[in-house]
Structure formats: structure tokens, C-alpha cells
Design a protein around this ligand. Structure first.
Ligand code: PLP
Length: 382
């Protein structure tokens, strides 16, 4: 049996998205900047996808810009808000994705003040501490906090953070790479200034993302060149990628509630099975609706089998992740697990689900895990 439980790392491309992409890899090859019919066809496809993205987050189409990935979107917001908006201070958290953390570090190296919020052992932001930081200075501030953590799934209270940002006049950026297409997001209601998304996390293609930039917080381009993306992101557009992202997001939004229920049930099923059958299991982050429904970060006792658990699972045909995909395999400790003070004598393994997974797959994975860690002894009736 082969099982793919690594959907926080990436998801399978939806067949329907591929079908929409194919003509733009073949006969519809026009450059969207060309004014002839070939170009116009490509331009129309991009604008259709932009409308879908804008609709998905309740933005105006003019506020959505396509990029090469979530990483680029996050870099753009952090670096260009300093350059264009005069941001003097960035508040972020120690468990952000590296593309945010390293961008913040780059800005720190340029003399921008950076402050990190405190987080608790579940990865939850200390909102009172965030308020105290916001209150402590009049400097122009960008708050950059992720909507869902990619390793442990902990969710941010977007409403609470945006209210604080509004109260203290700060810009609010949220890295929503793990939540776009999974949760309803309304940038107008929530007064979010910047939001990042990435196609491959919701069954779209890799190498394409988007950034929402509120019209009241317009940035300057991160990549200079031609006038593509209304002068905000130069470079000939990745048309088939954009078309695939649009189609995948449209499907994710249409099916969101049904998919959420299905995946949330899988997660609950796996947790119950692990709780019932393993002698010593705990979890990193929340296992209720304070954590992303697609993700279960399981904490197991360290032994000679769990030490290399991702490799051992792989031998059994199971794809999962230790911490995040970016650190797994490199034997570099996860900054997220370190950030929540996860016990060092235990091994974390992240299982993340999609609508393609089944309970039968979970049964198989749990059986394989039972070969690696102590199992619960059943009480024998006398
Ligand atoms: N932010 C988060 C929370 C992520 O999980 C990821 C991908 O793992 C990224 C950003 C980067 O996105 P991309 O792979 O599109 O560069």
C-alpha cells in the first residue's frame, strides 16, 4: 500500500486543473502582453483566474497579484513594505515559515527593528503581549503572523490580530499559504493589508502563488522589469500555472465545507485510533478546531525505530514529514518544535491529509506505527 499523508508539504494536482492548463501549454501559447488575438486569449485567462482569487478572499481583482510562489509573496510584503511604506518595525513570531523569518532577519540586518511575539506550548500567539508590543511604540509597524502553522497547524485568531493592528495603526500581513482554499477568509471584513497564498497547497500547480495587497497599502515591485501585473510584478506570466491555480481554488472554494468535514473526520479518526492503540502518544499543537483540520503532529517516544521514523514509514510506503518538509531529511531540528519547547526525548511526525485519503489508509499507517512504538495492552478478562 502507498499512502500520501504529506499534504501540508504539497498536494496532488487536480485533474480538472491540469485539463484547464493544458491548452496554455500547447495551442494557447500567446504572451499576455501581446495585443493580438494570441495574447488576448492568454490575458483573458489570467484575468479570469484573478477574479476567482479575488472572490475567494473577498478582495477586488485590482488587489490580487500573481507571483512565483508563497515564498515570493512573503518576501515581497516584508521587504517592500519597508521600502515603500516606510515600515520601521516588524512584529512577527519565532514559528513562522522560514521565508518570513529569513526576510524579517534580512530587514533586521538593514537596521529595521524586529520584535517577536511570545507563543505558548501549543504555538498560540500571546495576544496580550502582542498588544503590549504594539502599544509600546509609535513607529510604523508591520505585523506578520501566519494564519496556520505548517508544522503543528495552530491557527491564528485573524479577527483579534486585525482589530489590534487597526487600533494601533499597524499594517497586518498574514501568511495564509496553509489556509487559502481550506477556510473562508474575508480580507475586507478582517481588514487585512497583505495576504499570501500558494497554488500547490490546494491541488493547484507548483511554482505559482499570489499576494493580496490592500489598495490603501500599495507596495512597489519586488521584481523590476516590464509592466506585467499592473507594474507590480515583472516577468512574463506563468499563464498555465495561474490558470491551474484559479481552477484549483475555484474547486476548493466550491467544495470547502464538504471537504472540511471529510478531512476533519479523518484526522479525528486517526487521533482516536492512536489514543486507543498506542501506549504513549501525544500531540504537538491542538487536536481540536484551534488547529488546522488537515494536520496531526504526532509525538512518539524516541527509540531506534522512531529516530528515523520518516525513513521507516517511507519503507512501508507511507509519506509523512518530520516537522516541516523544508527541514525533514536534513536532520536540522525544527524551529517550530523548538519554539513550542517540544520535549527533546520524543519524536514528532506530521501527518497531513487531503480529500483523497481514506480511513483504510489510516488503519494501515496505525498498524505500521504499532511496529515501531509500544502498544496498549488489552485487559484480559479472567
Ligand atoms: N508559508 C507556509 C506557511 C508554508 O507552509 C509554505 C510552504 O511550505 C510557504 C510559505 C512557502 O510556499 P511556496 O512553497 O509556495 O514557496
Amino acid at each position: 500500500m502507498r499512502v500520501y499523508f504529506d499534504n501540508a508539504a504539497t498536494t496532488a494536482l487536480a485533474r480538472e486543473a491540469l485539463d484547464e492548463m493544458l491548452p496554455y501549454l500547447t495551442e494557447n501559447f500567446g504572451n499576455p502582453s501581446s495585443i493580438h488575438s494570441y495574447g488576448r486569449k492568454s490575458r483573458a485567462a489570467i484575468e479570469k483566474a484573478r477574479k476567482i482569487v479575488a472572490g475567494a478572499i473577498n478582495a477586488s481583482s485590482a488587489e490580487v497579484f500573481f507571483t512565483s510562489c508563497g515564498t515570493e509573496s512573503n518576501n515581497m510584503v516584508i521587504k517592500q513594505s519597508v521600502k515603500k511604506l516606510g515600515v520601521q518595525r516588524i512584529i512577527s513570531s519565532p514559528i513562522e515559515h522560514h521565508c518570513v523569518l529569513h526576510s524579517v532577519q534580512t530587514e533586521a540586518g538593514e537596521g529595521i527593528k524586529t520584535e517577536m511575539v511570545k507563543i505558548n506550548s501549543f504555538g498560540e500567539v500571546d495576544y496580550e503581549y502582542l498588544e503590549s508590543l504594539l502599544k509600546s511604540s509609535d513607529e510604523k509597524t508591520l505585523v506578520s503572523l501566519m494564519h496556520s502553522n505548517n508544522e503543528i497547524g495552530t491557527l491564528l485568531d485573524l479577527e483579534r490580530v486585525s482589530a489590534l493592528c487597526e487600533l494601533y495603526g499597524a499594517y497586518f500581513h498574514t501568511d495564509s499559504v496553509q489556509t487559502v482554499g481550506y477556510y473562508p477568509i474575508d480580507v475586507q471584513k478582517l481588514k487585512i493589508h497583505f495576504l499570501s497564498g500558494s497554488g500547490h497547497k490546494f491541488h493547484g500547480p507548483k511554482g505559482v502563488g499570489f499576494v493580496y495587497i490592500n489598495s490603501a497599502a500599495a507596495l512597489s515591485p519586488f521584481i523590476d522589469g516590464g509592466s506585467q501585473e499592473r507594474n507590480m510584478r515583472a516577468g512574463t506570466e506563468n499563464i498555465y500555472g495561474i490558470v491551474g491555480l484559479g481552477k484549483a481554488l475555484e474547486m476548493a472554494i466550491t467544495d470547502m465545507e464538504r471537504t472540511r468535514q471529510y478531512i476533519a473526520e479523518l484526522r479525528q479518526y486517526m487521533k482516536s485510533k492512536l489514543d486507543n492503540e498506542l501506549a504513549d502518544v501525544s500531540y504537538n499543537g491542538f487536536t481540536d478546531d484551534r488547529g488546522h483540520y488537515k494536520l496531526l503532529s504526532v509525538s512518539l517516544p524516541l527509540n531506534n525505530k522512531t529516530d528515523l521514523i520518516v525513513f521507516n514509514l517511507d519503507i512501508a510506503g507511507i509519506a509523512a514529514s518530520a516537522g516541516s518538509a523544508c527541514t525533514s531529511g536534513s536532520e536540522v531540528g525544527s524551529h517550530v518544535l523548538a519554539g513550542i519547547n517540544a520535549p527533546q526525548d520524543r519524536k514528532a511526525v506530521r501527518f497531513s491529509f487531503s480529500k483523497h485519503n481514506t480511513k483504510e489508509e489510516i488503519d494501515y499507517v496505525v498498524e505500521e506505527l504499532k511496529k515501531m512504538v509500544p502498544v496498549k495492552q488489552l485487559a484480559v478478562a479472567k
